[in-house]
Design a protein around this ligand. Sequence first.
Ligand code: FES
Length: 123
Amino acid sequence: MYTEKVMDHFTNPRNVGEIPDADGIGEEGNPVCGDIMKIFIKVDDGKISDIKFKTFGCGAAIATSSMVTEMVKGKTLDEAEQISNKAVAEALGGLPPQKMHCSNLAADALHKAIEDYRSKHKS
Ligand code: FES
């Protein structure tokens, strides 16, 4: 039912944890199941230099969070903002249809973390 990539990121998630002095934090809840995800970013020179996540959610949510952190590390904020829920699911080789809603959390939390950073660093 899950692709190998999903299982890999679920059993061995990348970038799990918190960044205590994060430059931006995004939190997103999934109205479908009530699961929650938090993403922390560090920004240097307009690029995401570090990213970590915490997910209180299902295996698909963990896998998509892990994948999104790998996809955006080192990217500019503008590039990271372009990453859609669909792109994350595709990078994992797809998700079962009943689990597609789980992939919304990761990209939405990332976009909120970028918004948070931008609202604190207006210049
Ligand atoms: Fe809640 Fe997957 S069931 S995020």
